[in-house]
Write a protein that binds this ligand. Structure first.
Ligand code: AOF
Ligand code: ZN
Length: 357
């Protein structure tokens, strides 16, 4: 199952919004085939593994990170391939939360006389597919708010300079995440102040779709994002109905998504995530700024927070990661789970899930 998990990871960034899945086929204590889900719409891991077998898999055991499917989707059911190939035992990491499957794959295997063992490395198999599990249930993207701050909680100096706070190793991890998530979202102020590209700078990495929340359609037409939007998909979300202005951005290659506003001022983020989910966006890395961060937290759309903390102190009156209206009393704080701690060079990364009640 560990090998199957490693195989599954090879699909990172290439299968969204489908799950990462790996499979290994073992006969007489030897691996005779292995495979993973390589691209969205492509063969499932189980069929890839069967295809790779260098000897007859009849009587073999298949280890697979996710319950095999039993429905006709973009490909025929994997359980049929397992049965036809005479696999005698299937070891499953975790049940598929997809309502089309949800235990029915396992039932069909058992009905056909195949022994099924469930729940092997279940926690690992679930956390491999945090995004898929969230998206298949909610139809909205899994959203991670990410920022880098100093040890005194600043995301810029008092002059507004912010390059760089975190170190090289942290920044590489951010690009690993940009490869994993389907989209990256920022507010207009971030585009104006940083003029970022928001692409993935890993070799062979996938560029996320770039989403700009721009209430009044003021994104500079000469910003790097707009200038590269023919090659890198860009969605500008606005409440402006100004058709001439919208056409200017569309002519540059951007998609303009007009959203009704919440209070005539801000975009309705809850509506927005429903719309983005319906377009197949299963995950979003929210990379600033602090006003959008507050709006997203207040709207309850943030699932996880990633805080890179760098051992530096800026002092002075300077920006912090989350601004907006804020709350009045500590008892009313937005609460998060006990953080997971990772180290990147001199920085630490705290990862914590937003507790939703
Ligand atoms: C995958 N890859 O290796 C496995 C999946 O739309 P389809 O036909 O590709 O089916 C997608 C569903 O199939 C997915 O939601 C999950 O429930 C199941 N298993 N999917 O993309 C795989 N094993
Ligand atoms: Zn399948």
């Amino acid at each position: 199952m560990k090998i199957a998990l490693e195989m599954a990871e090879k699909g990172i960034g290439k299968v969204n919004p489908n799950p990462l899945v790996g499979a290994v086929i073992v006969k007489d204590n030897r691996i005779i085939g292995k495979g993973y889900h390589k691209t969205y719409g492509g063969l499932h891991a189980e069929r890839e593994a069967l295809k790779s077998c260098f000897e007859n898999p009849s009587g073999a055991t298949m280890y697979v990170t996710l319950e095999p499917c039993c429905h006709y989707g973009k490909t025929p059911p994997c359980v049929d391939a397992i049965i036809e190939n005479g696999i005698s035992r299937v070891v499953v990491g975790i049940r598929d939360p997809n309502p089309l499957v949800g235990g029915k794959g396992i039932d069909k295997l058992r009905k056909n006389g195949i022994a099924v063992v469930e729940g092997v490395l279940e926690a690992e198999c679930r956390s491999l597919n945090t995004i898929f599990f969230h998206y298949i249930k909610t139809k909205t993207p899994y959203i991670t708010l990410k920022y880098a701050m100093t040890i005194d909680g600043k995301i810029a100096t008092k002059t507004g300079a912010s390059r760089w706070i975190s170190g090289e190793d942290s920044r590489i991890n951010v690009h690993t995440d940009r490869n994993t998530y389907s989209a990256i979202m920022v507010g207009l102020n971030t585009v104006i102040s940083d003029d970022p590209l928001l692409n993935c700078r890993l070799e062979q990495g996938n560029d996320p779709i770039r989403i700009i929340c721009d209430t009044n359609l003021k994104t500079p037409l000469d910003s790097k994002i707009v200038k590269t939007s023919v090659d890198n998909k860009t969605i500008i979300v606005t409440k402006s109905h100004d058709e001439k202005l919208i056409k200017l951005y569309e002519d540059c290659g951007c998609d303009v998504l007009v959203q009704e506003s919440l209070d005539n001022d801000r975009i309705d983020l809850r509506n927005l995530v429903q719309e983005l989910g319906s377009r197949g966006i299963d995950s979003i890395l929210l990379e600033g700024g602090s006003t959008l961060a507050w709006s997203a937290l207040e709207a309850g759309i943030v699932d996880k927070v990633q805080a890179y903390i760098s051992p530096k102190i800026f002092g002075g009156i300077a920006k912090t990661p989350v601004a907006g209206k804020g709350i009045d009393f500590p008892d009313n704080a937005i609460r998060l789970s006990k953080p997971k701690v990772r180290y990147f060079g001199e920085d630490i990364l705290l990862e914590s899930e937003v507790l939703k009640c």
